[in-house]
Design a protein around this ligand. Structure first.
Ligand code: S3P
Length: 430
């Protein structure tokens, strides 16, 4: 446990900064680089606890991966070069490593066992185990294979047509990755669009993939060919600074080279509908992923409703958006976000409990919360529940608190943003 006491700031947030590489895209670039033939160089790669788990998983299967400061070089030799690991694979705290790797391991013709930290061990895996078992993968574990640790015997998969029962890009991706090893076509149908980085990157690596409306189809007809990846900045990391600039009076902040994939930009739409001034410049596209510079200017905020198809477009940003809503005039309602209860911690309960503890007025509901603004945040002791996004949200809350805010444990921040406090100090000039 690593406690931190944060004092409120007295000046606006100004300047510009670049957030680290996108976590979702970084994970996928390791996976596809290792499954492909040839050398994949990944620049602006996110080096963090979560992505380390995906790197180590492939190293255990024999993939040569070189690491530099911010780039990664993967010497892929195709799926047939991967070897049965001698030791269990450790997924740590990383839900993305777990769900996506289970898709890969179901396809590989050998035995693997995998486990996670105590938090990941409590998160459901049947959402991927079920469809991958229907495809022919063999899984065993507690509660019919719903929880880690899991034993996996892969190989001989067959394509399926799968309608996603949950709004989850991880589940979609696990089935599509399994489809790379399956005979016939694998189709995933999703009612509510979720992040499509797997689809974009599969295309860039030459896979046989088509996406039409709500249906995505993949086959094993074409093997993957290495492709260099330039990872855009992570909008889910940028979100903390976007909200900081939106709630600290007089702020103006520019975030450079942030990923602007439509499936991830819900936070920009919501903040602007609440009144924040947002401008995008220097738009470009790399590897099918749009990116650009985002400038945020603080303006008075009003309450809003966040629901339906918007939810997957900002699922990881809801704790920090709830913080923004505490500073908005009137009521903000968040609905259809029941998935939040299954994240690194129950983020509906954790967000409501911790912000209420420091003076907010939030009523948790089954699938979201109702936030009444405007509240004065007092400061005091807060708990992160080993959740990196809770810890960063509380650090941003401290900027506008009346007194010192103590966070019980900032160590989980290394999961997605090891340089978070350095960056925060730079833009708060402290
Ligand atoms: C992710 C998908 C989302 C998100 C997670 C990363 C991904 O999870 O919350 O942080 O990289 O595919 P779900 O697919 O469970 O919604």
């Amino acid at each position: 446990m690593s406690e931190m006491a944060l004092t409120p700031i007295s000046s606006p947030i100004t300047g510009e900064m670049q957030v680290p590489g996108d976590k979702s895209i970084s994970h996928r670039s390791i996976i596809l680089g290792a499954l492909a033939n040839g050398t994949t160089t990944i620049t602006q790669f996110l080096t963090s606890e979560d992505t380390r788990r995906t790197i180590e998983a492939f190293r255990q299967m024999g993939t040569l991966i070189e690491e530099n400061e911010t780039s990664l070089i993967i010497h892929g030799k195709g799926t047939s070069s991967l070897l049965e690991p001698e030791e269990p694979i450790y997924f740590g705290n990383s839900g993305t490593t777990a769900r996506l790797m289970l898709g890969v391991l179901a396809g590989l013709p050998f035995f693997t066992s995998a486990y996670g930290d105590p938090h990941l061990t409590r998160r459901p895996m049947d959402r991927v185990v079920k469809p991958l078992s229907t495809m022919g993968g063999h899984f065993d574990g507690r509660n019919n294979g719903n929880y880690l640790p899991l034993a996996i015997r892969g190989g001989n998969l067959q394509g399926i047509h799968y309608r996603l029962p949950v709004k989850s890009a991880q589940v979609k991706s696990a089935v599509l990755l399994g489809g790379l090893f399956a005979t016939g076509t694998t189709e995933v149908i999703e009612e509510t669009p979720s992040r499509n980085h797997t689809e974009n990157m599969l295309r860039a690596f030459g896979a046989d993939i088509t996406a039409n409306g709500h249906s995505i189809q993949v086959s094993s007809d074409k093997s993957l060919t290495a492709a260099d990846v330039a990872v855009p900045g992570d909008i889910s990391s940028a979100a903390f600074f976007m909200v900081a600039a939106a709630i600290v009076p007089g702020s103006e902040l520019t975030l450079r080279r942030v990923g602007l994939n439509h499936s991830r930009t819900g936070i920009m739409d919501v903040l602007s509908s609440m009144g924040t001034e947002i401008h995008i410049t220097n738009k470009q596209t790399t590897g099918g992923e749009p990116l650009g510079d985002i400038t945020i200017r603080q303006r008075p905020l009003n309450g809003t409703v966040i629901e339906g198809d918007m939810i997957p477009r900002l699922i990881d940003e809801i704790p920090v958006l709830a913080l923004a809503a505490t500073q908005a005039d009137g009521e903000t309602k968040i609905r259809d976000a029941e998935e939040l209860r299954l994240k690194e911690t129950d983020r509906i309960k954790a967000t409501a409990d911790e912000l209420n503890r420091i003076g907010a007025s939030i009523r948790p509901t089954d699938d979201g919360m109702v936030i009444n603004g405007t509240s004065v945040l007092t400061g005091g002791r807060t708990i992160t529940y080993n959740d990196h996004r809770m810890a960063m949200m509380l650090a941003i809350a401290s900027l506008i608190a009346e007194e010192t805010l103590v966070i019980d444990d900032i160590s989980p921040i290394a999961i997605s943003y090891p340089d978070f406090f350095q960056h925060l100090r730079r833009i708060t000039h402290s």
